[in-house]
Ligand binder design. Structure first.
Ligand SMILES: *[C@@H]1O[C@H](CO)[C@@H](O)[C@H](O)[C@H]1NC(C)=O
Ligand SMILES: *[C@@H]1O[C@H](CO)[C@@H](O)[C@H](O)[C@H]1NC(C)=O
Ligand SMILES: *[C@@H]1O[C@H](CO)[C@@H](O)[C@H](O)[C@H]1NC(C)=O
Ligand SMILES: *[C@@H]1O[C@H](CO)[C@@H](O)[C@H](O)[C@H]1NC(C)=O
Ligand SMILES: CC(=O)N[C@H]1CO[C@H](CO)[C@@H](O)[C@@H]1O
Ligand SMILES: [Ca+2]
Ligand SMILES: [Ca+2]
Length: 570
């Protein structure tokens, strides 16, 4: 009843709100990990035709944009984050034509499509690298080459130029016999860093952007932004004194010479200018999302300025980085406010709880909080980002050492792989309860399907009242309410409850309550802006004390452990 009313209101509101907000500011971005979404040809690995066949699911979920993790030609040493040819799709995923067909289907469904731009490095199997080794111009300086220093014991041998450590562990420098120099790799050995001090390389990478923009894509998610430039003095980095770090771990050093250099900020504004040229031509915004794991103030700098903008949306990794199972409701509120109060006043906010590099939110915080977390991500101000599977509450899978494939896990060895491996959060999407969860006909899939798929899958949640998926659909619909799109935020911890309201002059207030704690309680939500008097329950999580349409007194709302509630004022 209440939800039907909401739908009608939302439809009205959508046209009004669209007038002053651009598509990218109200979007729900859905990250697809292509290897694990849908396999169309039975080889056990997801592919583009598989994605195309399932795009309707995104529409059905209420998602408005998608970004695909890398699909370009790659030896897959880092599952596509090692690109050998930035201009062509890897045959494992399909052809360039298959991608254009995917894009055309997305257009029909009104979904925007973003590609993953991986600018810090290429694959060592790139033609660019081969030619760079041979000093063939213009490729000679496409990579970061250094002579190193003579070895103290045997001066005929050379040591790396400094102590820099790769993100995947061990020295960030590798010797190339043929060229007789070291090359830098801030990630895997097969991922040599590109040299942004080479003007030819800078132009090449802008041409990569232009190539895909010319073919109609709506923007880019930019990978590993902090790592673009390194300090040219090549000075050693100081120790971090992190007690958990081994001398070969990336965390062993403080990355003052290899991350977030001022030149990196500048490169982002140059790429933004390329996107803006396209936007200026037809008025359709081409958007840039930036992956930045950095101290908050550094992350904010990647927005650039209004005169010289950088990324539209540097991802908000506050929850991913700092929200743990033992965080309190107040901790969560503090993390949200640090972000929300810190971004430039003209910027659009964003909220993320998961991606393919971090354990699944359902596993980090417990499955009971799936709906509550989706309420936060989808109803806080700005845009929402969903990692595929979060809409149905997918969980980490157990992956044994022998099943492991992620280089970050493998490099750590059998005793420590679980600390580093990203395999558990990358298992195939759980479509239904058939073979391989409906992901693939193959006998073995590239990563095993999570054994919980018989009960936890999209089909079992579709059309079911209060399933994670139905709740997710209701939340994406509720995003269209004017107060959610443009309303002010008042967020507070009320005991164990994360509570916030969204208020907009002349419009219904939207109130969200998530009991972060383990006990039943009664909460007084009337302390929130615009939340006095009677409230109507719009979206209750599973097991909540109220049903849709129930009218409650704001000063006395009952909640069970981990319950979530979305309510509106009269
Ligand atoms: C590329 O890197 C991989 C490690 O990812 C290594 O095994 C291989 O030998 C390297 N190939 C070349 C051509 O350097
Ligand atoms: C590079 O390192 C030198 C020496 O520590 C320092 O003076 C300089 O400011 C650094 N440059 C950048 C861009 O970080
Ligand atoms: C976090 O807490 C929840 C609820 O107490 C529990 O179900 C879950 O297993 C915990 N997760 C971790 C990673 O400790
Ligand atoms: C709802 O309650 C049932 C039975 O107590 C429990 O198994 C289930 O985990 C609860 N669901 C949520 C989302 O809390
Ligand atoms: C979240 C994300 O995309 N992380 C990627 C960052 O970059 C490295 C190297 O390209 C990848 O290994 C990660 O998966
Ligand atoms: Ca396939
Ligand atoms: Ca770099």
């Amino acid at each position: 009843m209440a939800f039907r009313l909401l739908l009608a209101l939302a439809a009205l509101a959508a046209s009004a709100a669209a007038a002053d907000l651009d598509w990218w500011q109200t979007a729900v971005y859905y990250q697809i990990y292509p290897r694990s979404f849908k396999d169309s040809d039975g080889d056990g690995v997801g592919d583009l035709n598989g994605i195309t066949s399932k795009l309707e699911h995104l529409k059905d979920a209420g998602v408005t944009a998608t970004w695909l993790s890398p699909i370009f030609k790659s030896p897959m040493a880092d599952f596509g984050y090692d690109i050998a040819d930035f201009y062509n799709i890897d045959p494992l995923f399909g052809s360039n034509e298959d991608f254009f067909a995917l894009k055309a289907r997305a257009d029909e469904l009104g979904l925007k499509v973003l590609l993953d731009f991986v600018p810090n490095h290429s694959s060592n199997e790139s033609e660019w690298f081969t030619k760079s080794i041979q000093r063939i111009d213009p490729y000679t300086d496409y990579y970061v080459w250094e002579d190193g220093v003579p070895n103290a014991d045997d001066p005929s041998k050379r040591d790396p130029p400094n102590n820099w450590i790769s993100n995947f562990g061990g020295s960030a420098w590798a010797w190339n016999e043929e060229r007789g120099q070291f090359f830098l790799h801030q990630f895997g050995l097969g991922q040599p860093d590109l040299n942004y001090r080479s003007p030819a390389l800078v132009e090449e990478m802008k041409n990569v952007l232009r190539f895909w923009l010319d073919r109609g894509i709506d923007g880019f998610r930019v990978d590993a932004v902090p790592f673009l430039f390194e300090n040219a003095t090549l000075a050693d980095e100081p120790r971090s004194y992190d007690p958990s770090a081994l001398p070969t771990d990336e965390k062993y050093l403080k990355h003052i010479y290899t991350q977030n250099l001022p030149e990196t900020m500048d490169m982002l504004t140059q790429w933004r200018a390329v996107l803006d040229e396209y936007t200026a031509k037809d008025g359709e915004t081409r958007v840039m999302l930036a992956e930045v794991y950095a101290p908050l103030l550094t992350t904010f700098e990647y927005f650039g300025t209004q005169e010289k903008p950088g990324a539209h949306l540097p991802f908000n990794f506050q929850f991913i980085q700092y929200l743990t199972n033992s965080s309190s409701a107040q901790d969560l509120v503090d993390l949200a406010l640090q972000w929300q109060n810190g971004i430039p006043s003209w910027a659009t906010s964003n909220w993320v709880v998961g991606n393919h590099d971090n354990h699944r939110a359902a596993s980090r915080y417990g499955r009971e909080l799936v709906d509550g977390l989706n309420m936060l991500v989808l109803l806080l101000p700005g845009v929402a980002v969903t990692y595929n599977g979060e809409e149905i509450g997918m969980e980490d899978a157990f992956i044994s050492w022998s099943q492991s494939v992620d280089p970050m896990g493998l490099n750590a060895g059998p005793d420590r792989y679980q600390l580093f491996s990203r395999d558990p959060e990358r298992t195939p999407f759980q479509w239904d309860d058939s073979k391989n969860a409906g992901f693939s006909d193959a006998d073995t899939t590239w990563l095993p399907v999570n054994s919980d798929y018989k009960a936890l899958n999209l089909k079992s949640e579709e059309g079911v009242a209060h399933s994670h998926y139905t709740t997710y659909q209701h939340l994406t619909t509720a995003r269209k309410l004017p107060a959610v799109q443009r309303g002010a935020l008042d967020i507070q911890a009320l005991g164990d409850v994360v509570a916030f309201s969204r208020t907009l002059e002349g419009e219904q207030t939207v109130v969200v309550l998530v009991n972060w704690g383990a006990d039943s309680l009664t909460v007084d939500a009337s302390v929130l802006a615009g939340a006095q008097g009677e409230l109507t329950v719009l979206i209750p999580s599973d097991n909540a004390s109220y049903a849709e349409g129930d009218v409650v007194e704001a000063s006395s709302i009952k909640m069970g452990p981990k319950d979530g509630l979305v309510l509106t004022s009269a």
